[in-house]
Structures are given as C-alpha cells and as structure tokens.
Design a protein around this ligand. Sequence first.
Ligand code: SF4
Ligand code: SF4
Length: 423
Amino acid sequence: MPKAISHTIKRRGKKPGDADVEIPIAEDLATVPGIPAREKDVAYYSRVYPLEAQFIEKSADREWEQAIWNDELTEFHKNHHERNRALVDAAESSGDLGPTGKAEPGRDLTDEIRTKALELGADDIGFTKLDRKYVYASKKRWVKYQHAVCLVVEQNYEQTQQIAGIEAEHAHFGAYEEIGALSLELVDFIRGLGYRGQVHSPSDESVVYIPMFVNAGLGQLGANGQLLSPYFGSRCRLAIVTTDALVTYDKPVDYGIHKFCQECQVCVRRCPAQALVKDKVWWRGVHKNKIIYDRCRPVMARFEGCGVCMKVCPIQRYGMKAVMEHYVVTGEVLGKGTDDLERFTLSGQSFGVGELPELDSETFEFPHGPKDELLFRQFKERLDKEGIPPADQLQQFATAVKRILDKGQTTRYDQVEPTSDLE
Ligand code: SF4
Ligand code: SF4
C-alpha cells in the first residue's frame, strides 16, 4: 500500500523549457527544511574552534597525494591547473573590482541574476545569506559581500558512472573549470548592473559551501557528505558568488533526505574504506553522518579520487523524483541491492553487490596535519630514538621548516609543489 505523502516539492524542469517537476515526500521521511541544527552550538563551535581550509590544516597529505599519483594522473592535474590558473587568479581579485554600470537603489536583482546564471550554463541557482560562521579562518578578511549566489553545475552523467577512474576525474575537474568561468562572467554581469561581486572559486577554499546551498533550498546533505540536488544528486560541483546587490533569499526545503539516507545506507555499505558511518551525530551544532577523514583521504588519494559514494547513490543515479516516487509506492530504495546501482570499479577491478576490495592497513597510512607540524613530529621521533642529531642534520631540519614557512599558507588547489621534505 502506498505511503502517505507529507508534502510535494515543486521545482522548475531540469533544463530551460522542460516541464516543472513534482517530488512527493513520504510522511515517514519528513523532518525539517534544510538540516536539524542548534544555532547556538553552531555559533559556539565557530567562535571557539573556527573552521580552517583543508588545504591548510591538512597540507601534509596534499603533498603526499601528489607524490603517489601515477604519471597519467599527474599529467591530468598539471593540464587542469594550466587551464584553471587564470580563472582562480581572476576569482581571487574579483571582489576588488568596482561596478561598471549605474545602480538603481532599491531594485531587487534576484530574477535578473538567476536568468543570467542559467543562460551562462549554471544548472541550478539559489540565494541566501553568506553565513560567516562557515568562512575559513584564513579567509575571514578576504570575504567582502554578504549575499551568497549559490551556483550548481552538473558533471557529465556517463563519465560519473565510470567511477573510480580518470574518466570520472575529467567530469569532476571539467565541471570545476566550467563553474569557475561562468562565475566570473556572472560577476561581470552584476558589476554591469551597478554592484560588486566576488567569486569563491572551488579551487581556492574560502567557505564551507554545503550549508549555504542547503539554506538556499538547492538540496540536502547526504550520508556521503555531499549535497544531494533534486536534479543530479551528488553529481554536481558548486561555487558561490557573493554580492552587495539587493537579492531575495530562497528558503531551505525538506526533500526527505535527512531520513531517507538512514533507510538507504547504500554509500555507507559500499564505501571501500568504511569511511562512512550509519548513525548521525551532533557535530558542530548540526545533526549529520560524520565522515571519517582518516579513512576516506588515503583511499581517495590512492584510487583516482575514489568517489564510489557518489556513484552508488540512487539520487545521483536515477534522480530524486524517481527515487522518492518509488519509495512512496513500494517503501523501498530504488536500485538498492542491484548491480545496476551498486557495482563499481576500483583500480580496474569491478565489484558487484556484496563485494568489496580488501584493503590492508598500509593503505591507510598517510601523513597527517599541516606539513610543518609533521616535520616537528618526525624530528621528535628521531630525537627519541637516536638522541640529538649531528649539526648538519639539525641544519637540514631547520632549512626544511623555514622553506615551508617561507612558502606561506595557501588555500589554492594549484599551489602545491611536491617536496622531498616529507619523505
Ligand atoms: S570517496 Fe571513497 S573512500 Fe571516501 S567516503 Fe567516498 S567511497 Fe568512501
Ligand atoms: S547512497 Fe543513500 S545513504 Fe548515501 S547519500 Fe545517497 S541516498 Fe543517502
């Protein structure tokens, strides 16, 4: 017997000209719009334990990752950086540019910005406040404007189904190049309307994106740690443009995902690293499935970006409308337990339902934390084992730390050079 329906979400069609879509949400999946949160706790954690960019906090594993890539992946990333560098440079300074047109005070630009973004190739767009609680500590002073225009670009469907592998990486980084370019064009458009804008490039970490996208009603957080868009599931890449133009905020939506993930659990079971957890916890003031970074990171690095949790998600594979309709009619998760959904490839080997690669403990060994702290830890271990080293080794250690300090901290994806310091 079909389930009772709590509410039906109405959204425009996926592409311009497509008919509107209606997504029924079963009564037993209804919770709250967006994500359950305790705002006081979110504020407390942001104040006492401010967030910092992964590229800074985990700089040791970034360098290590590049050192273990095969030639094909190294070449792929080199080419991506060459294509992307000018876009990231332009994004970094975009907020300093003044308007080129004349502003009309009091004019709400939401519709014009939305129409322009879709024309430029965005696949979805929403508006919300830029919540400074989610801005990384190193970028607090860089961020200029208070309104967030949240942009979504779908990555290629066919290539995404090839996960894990270089084909899927083309889809992943190709979408970053696309969204980086269109974000800059959108800022030019906003400047032409008499206002300013700043591009928060996905290749230069400035803010945790997903809370803003959830607030703008563009999806909800999945158990795989990704935004599940009603159109593409997690098969999408995100960027934010902030602006001082007058816009109207969208509202968060209850797509039923918060509870649906607890019914589904496909990504949790299929993750080759067992990095995803079944139960939700309260983490920094929100109720979510918390990913185990130390298990995911080495597997992503060693297996071409992994991404199995994206590939096996039914919302990604079949779309939210089909999945939610199927759940209302059958009470079941579309595709769960079938090879059509759950089969994936890792390192050229295919794994069907119930099969997972056997990963030994060495797979999970990798350098932790910021790279200068790692050097100090290694130095202390040597002191402990071998006593005080000779002067030339002390000099070597000091030189290695100084080189890291001189290079400074970067939030940019294209600014990591593999070094021999961490061997
Ligand atoms: S990227 Fe791979 S290892 Fe990481 S959570 Fe997803 S499936 Fe697991
Ligand atoms: S695979 Fe299932 S549990 Fe995981 S994010 Fe997708 S819907 Fe949620």
